[in-house]
Design a protein around this ligand. Sequence first.
Ligand SMILES: [Cu+2]
Length: 502
Amino acid sequence: MALGGRTAWRAAPVAAAAAAAAAAAAAAIAASVLGVAVAAAAAPGASTVAATASAAAAAAPHSHPPPPWPPVARQAGPGGGALLRACTATSPVRTRKEVRDLTAAEAAALVAAWRWVIADGSAEALVRVHDATTDDAHWGAQFLPWHRAFVLAMENALRRYDPTVTLPYWDWSRDARAPALSSVWPTFLGHSRPSECIRSGPFRNLRASFPRPHCIRRGFTSGARWGMNGITFEEAPTLDALVAGPADYFSFVEALEVAHGVPHDAIGAADLAPQAAPGDMADLRVSPGDPAFYLHHAFVDKLWADRQAGGRHPPAEYSGWHSGRLVSTRDVLRPFNARVSDLLRLPCVRYAPPGGGADAASGRPRRGRHTRLRVSRAAAGRAVAAARARRDKQEADWARQAGATPDSIVRAREALLAAATTAYMNGDLELEEGGGGTPTPTPVAAMPAWTLPSPMPSASELATETPSASPTPRPTPSPTPTLTPVVRRGGLGGRGAAAMPT
Ligand SMILES: [Cu+2]
């Protein structure tokens, strides 16, 4: 359990013994979700905690008989890699679609599974995983493979309840000019107002307990053109140029990590008063608590997959730095207990291109909104500079918060600027009519919505919820989580363990 004095699992900071047991239970669930064995924190009394967690799990209202497929937990050694290469026992190939391309039936199935993953604690366990391994996951070359594994873990958690479910991605470049107007808010993620709980949809009033009880909050006003204070996201031509461009992997991952920080920050904090706490998406410790996280990161992963499939770069390219050291595809990613080489291709995951459906929030086909302008090279240069200026501050703020070095921020922004310039010079980038326009709020009542199950249950309802009261038939979820201490080299043993590469 004590792996050379290191803690394989950095338990969430908890004060009380009861809270420690809850954290261990979450770790146990995370072990099940991740499909890896997770060692208990090597702290005094850890075995007691583990026993308590097992007992608690056995008694939990949402523990169920084993599913019909083989359990995926308790793989020893580098087994995490084998699981990722298989994607899991439950999985045929799944094709991730743009969220607006989901059929009503697909959306309803996704929501039903998601409600169970929230109810059984898996969703929050993943939040703790993200928090506990933040340094492994962020700011550097590992950003993409780590989050590829993480998104898959959530998807597999959903598929334990419904193996037909696939995580959708949110192509936010389609909403880059006015992301608060995107139809993803009214139709799936829910209406948002600064500092308020989610106001509508399947995640209405979604609550979390880590690191303290709160409801998931956002920092912007959905349905209002300036609901994110005019912050724009990177646009499709820029992302396309980045994906297909000549930059090496490390330049690509740095630029993409910075670009992905803008939606995080804008969704989480754009409209919050300075004295207010940021919304969940803007806080690295808790961002996966907002379902928007997974749709966002599935899109980021798609951009990497597009690049890998594009033919210009070797699919297995991987280079650069992470946490101050040169990386290798042999590096082991915690807590997945898999090597980067296991994440370069997930054989069970495909991405469907966006179906091109009209964005419901704008009420018009996406390309009808702007006028494509043929501009001189000098004018294009000015347009590039203006477009970049809008995003520079947001990107720099996010990157600093994420722990980026000034050098890496500069490199990432140079790569994004080069991509944007390429897009402009190709005449790809659409320039907005009238140079920005005026706020044009869209009445949210006019937006179509799926027929969704009833709103999320409250915490007290969850505590007493019975499967018969649920909107779906009693599901067949994961095996009862058990905390399995493992002793092995490498993997979760931390950076210094014997089998770890440099
Ligand atoms: Cu992350």
